[in-house]
Design a protein around this ligand. Structure first.
Ligand code: SAH
Ligand code: SF4
Length: 399
């Protein structure tokens, strides 16, 4: 079935062999399952093997192309089959607990996932596109000293369903599911995904990969892999796998030009240093057939923002021959943060040196600062509310 014609597709007249009892532990959520896994669970619960592939295709399109959450609306499946599916399976995404809209249009959602945990998701509208900043973990195992999420311990990895569910939730809120028969809208409100929310995506590799595969699937959300950017702090052994198994754009939280400084800002550097990281980065674009790597560089007053830093950064990129652009991020403050943002003049000078060396050096405009939605400010509100400023400072190593 292709876009625009669900009601004309053939209605199935299956022999129903689905068992009537509920699986242990409640209904099975279909959201986040790979096609293969969905096929397995359908067969396990009574869909005839011969039909399973076709049923996956149909259900898949209802869920990911049309945004349907109720089996009864899947009109190209026999009524009785829909009823049986409904007994065993569910189509669930994280629940929105609260939504804040910034003066600049940025939306921050707090969503609740199983176990009562919460993560933040941010939608950033721009003139010609809209980017959803998706979280991959509740908290983070890493402790980058400038990052608010890093002050929250890892609670758990998100499932693939919870990751792709954030995208589905945002499409609900933006009212962006297509209507059957309507002309295809080429300018999407949600046109890009960045894995730059809470957590280190490469420490939750399989779930992130499965979720992004769903986002890219041609019979669903259909985002090109060029519109998906994964940001990592530098989990070197997973970079080659990212190229092979996901193939999205890569961004790297670089932030420093000497191991001495990077060890403090991005402590994973003690495990895989700048040289090891650059070697892994150099092979990425070719291996993934993707474009330039984005070097994210947070501008911290007096810490990593000198002219020498800019020159060292250029030298490193040239030495390793990495196709790169450098995204300068003005530091976003959070309560108890041990750093200050570099001045605008300093940031401009730094950008200028890089630009004159032949690399794009855009300065990221902080978005949604008034609602604590900007980069590095995310941390679940419950955590925030529970902790006093003193505790936060103590955790940031200032107490
Ligand atoms: N864990 C991944 C992705 C999440 S962080 C990573 O580290 O890349 C997303 C981006 O926000 C990273 O580049 C991170 O370095 C940056 N960031 C974190 N805290 C920040 C802050 N307070 N101000 C500006 N950028 C920040
Ligand atoms: Fe974790 Fe990324 Fe924050 Fe570092 S910058 S603590 S890796 S979320």
């Amino acid at each position: 079935m292709t876009a625009g014609a669900p009601k004309n597709a053939p209605v199935t007249q299956d022999v129903l062999t689905l068992p009537r009892k509920l699986p242990e532990g409640g209904k099975i959520n279909l959201v986040g399952l790979t096609r293969e896994k969905m096929r397995e669970v359908l067969i396990e619960h009574g869909t005839p093997e011969k039909q399973a592939k076709m049923r996956v295709g149909q259900i898949w399109q209802w869920i990911y192309q049309w945004g349907v959450r109720d089996f009864s609306e899947m009109t190209n499946l026999a009524k009785a089959y829909r009823a049986e599916l409904d007994k065993v399976f569910s189509i669930e995404i994280p629940e929105v607990v609260s939504k804040q809209v910034s003066a600049d249009g940025t939306r921050k959602y707090l969503v609740k996932i199983a176990g009562g945990h919460e993560v933040e998701v941010v939608y950033i509208p721009e003139e010609d596109r809209g980017t959803l900043c998706v979280s991959s973990q509740v908290g983070c195992t890493l402790t980058c000293s400038f990052c608010h999420t890093g002050t929250q311990k890892l609670v758990r990895n998100l499932t693939a369903g919870e990751i792709i569910g954030q995208v589905m939730m945002a499409r609900d809120d933006l009212e962006e599911w297509p209507t059957p028969g309507a002309p295809k809208d080429e300018t999407r409100l949600l046109s890009n995904i960045v894995l730059m929310g809470m957590g280190e995506p490469l420490y939750n590799f399989d779930n992130v990969r499965d979720a992004m595969k769903i986002a890219m699937d041609a019979e669903g959300i259909q985002l090109s892999r060029r519109r998906i950017t994964l940001s990592t702090s530098g989990v070197v052994p997973e970079i080659a796998r990212t190229a092979e198994e996901i193939g999205c754009q890569l961004a790297i939280s670089f932030h420093a030009t000497t191991d001495e400084v990077r060890d403090v800002l991005v402590p994973i550097n003690k495990r895989w240093n700048i040289d090891a990281l650059c070697q892994a980065l150099a092979t990425y674009p070719k291996a993934s057939n993707s474009e330039r790597i984005t070097f994210e560089y947070v501008m911290l007053d007096g810490v990593n923002d000198t002219d020498e830093d800019a020159h060292r950064l250029i030298a490193l990129i040239r030495q390793h021959n990495i196709p790169a652009k450098i995204n300068l991020i003005p530091f976003n403050e959070w309560p108890g943060a041990p750093y200050k943002r570099s001045s605008n003049n300093r940031i401009r000078k730094f950008a200028d040196i890089i630009y004159k060396a032949g690399f794009a050096s855009p300065i990221r405009t902080p978005r949604g600062e008034d609602i604590m939605a900007a980069c590095g400010q995310l941390k679940s509100a419950t955590e925030r509310a529970r902790k006093s400023k003193k505790q936060i400072e103590a955790e940031a190593g200032l107490g």
